[in-house]
Design a protein around this ligand. Structure first.
Ligand SMILES: Cc1ncc(COP(=O)(O)O)c(C=O)c1O
Length: 391
């Protein structure tokens, strides 16, 4: 029997697996099921992006390079300039990735010394589990920090003790935040950059939901750097912005020295997007119109869901951006409430699926159509009126 990597054993089961099994049983009878559980909306990829990909598939297909096509790096740099008012050099500050997930997972391999004394990776709980998993597989330590409703679901590095920061090589922040939809302002980023630099750790900002905002555009950590990106990286993605989850296209932007190291690391990993995907990604980064149209669709769904929760007296927290709505589970038991909702043919994620600090909260991903959202909240309201669900 071959040996195993202990990091695999530490992962545990997939937290939503039991719920998904029940959901599949429900689907089998053919009745309506409103699935708000998976963060992968149904809206199609805009046709001009699909066409760009198809036109770029040639008779010969070569290995893509880790540095990526220059046109793609230029398109990212130009988007950073127009969207955030920040000048970056496409050859020095920008590296394409195959979506942000793999880039997040692989980052510790470039910065974490498994034999050193700064092996911890700090991230917020509830949160995206890949931050901690990347740390474990790189031989480091996952150090989740509980976030709270009272603290607006913000990870404040300055509030962590000196010992905890001294044990870390990397801290992840993620705003707009999955799963809570919480947002931050530029002052928040100023504080985190200052603390990270004081403590000599890398601040990595996962900004994959940055374009799914409603009231005002979500800022980037890059905006507070004033041209000095030392110890700062932003991770951006086309998945949510352009409806391209299946294409696997994103980018890493920031500290030139870290970009250089990632350029050394990443050819070993071999996860660059194929050239035809890079051509489609270039077209997507260059267009903003489709992004505004997608945002309007999510805003319409969000209005339906937030309106219902308000009328039902259910407490909403965060939910300022992203396509997630985060609310307190009536009765306080998130798993119990998720099970009760399933009986009404509505699938929602219990907060504990995103970490222990999510207990008592629930996440709705705005995946069904606007009409699907309306039908689901009608069923939900009926169940509350009939006393089958607490409110
Ligand atoms: C917080 C967060 N970061 C990163 C990702 C990965 O996105 P992608 O790899 O599609 O860019 C997701 C996906 O759902 C996410 O929720």
């Amino acid at each position: 029997m071959a040996t195993t990597n202990p990091a695999l054993e530490q992962l545990g089961g997939y937290p939503l697996a039991g719920l998904q099994d029940l959901a599949n049983e429900l689907r089998a009878d053919g009745g309506p099921v409103a699935d708000f559980s998976i963060g992968d909306p149904d809206e199609p990829t805009p046709p001009f992006i699909r066409d760009a990909l198809i036109d770029a598939v040639g008779p010969v297909s070569r290995y893509p390079t880790a540095a990526g096509q220059r046109a793609l790096r230029e398109a990212v740099a130009s988007w950073v300039r127009t969207r955030h008012g920040v000048e970056v050099d496409p050859d020095v500050h920008v590296l394409p990735s195959a979506g942000s997930k793999e880039a997040i997972f692989h980052l510790p391999l470039a910065v974490l010394d498994p034999h050193g004394d700064r092996r911890a990776v700090v991230w917020g709980d509830p949160g995206y589990p890949v931050y901690g998993r990347g740390a474990l597989f790189a031989g480091g330590v996952s150090d989740p920090v509980p976030l709270t409703h009272e603290g607006a679901w913000r990870l404040e590095l300055g509030d962590l003790g000196a010992d905890r920061l001294a044990a870390a090589c990397l801290a992840w922040v993620n705003y707009p935040h999955n799963p809570t939809g919480a947002v931050v302002d530029v002052d928040y980023y100023r504080r985190q950059v200052a603390t990270a630099r004081e403590q000599g750790l890398l601040l990595a900002s996962d900004e994959c939901y940055q374009e799914v905002w409603f009231d005002e555009p979500a800022p980037s950590v890059l905006e507070v750097c004033e041209g000095n990106f030392t110890d700062v990286l932003a991770f951006v993605s086309l998945s949510k912005r352009s409806g391209m989850t299946g294409y696997r296209a994103g980018a890493i932007v920031g500290d030139p020295e870290l970009i250089r190291r990632l350029r050394l690391l990443r050819p070993n990993v071999g996860t660059a997007s194929p050239d035809f995907v890079q051509v489609a990604a270039t077209a997507a980064w260059r267009d903003q119109t489709h992004v505004d149209a997608r945002r309007a669709v999510f805003a319409a769904k969000r209005d339906v869901v937030l309106g219902f929760l308000r009328d039902a007296g259910i407490e909403v927290s965060g939910s300022d951006a992203t396509f997630y709505v985060w609310f307190r589970a009536p009765g306080g038991d998130d798993t119990g409430y998720a099970e009760a909702l399933l009986k009404e043919r509505i699938i929602a994620s219990p907060g504990t699926a995103f970490g222990p600090a999510g207990a008592g909260w629930m996440r709705l991903a705005l995946v069904p159509t606007v009409q699907g959202c309306r039908e689901a909240v009608e069923r939900w309201a009926e169940a509350i009126d009939a006393g089958r669900l607490p409110s």
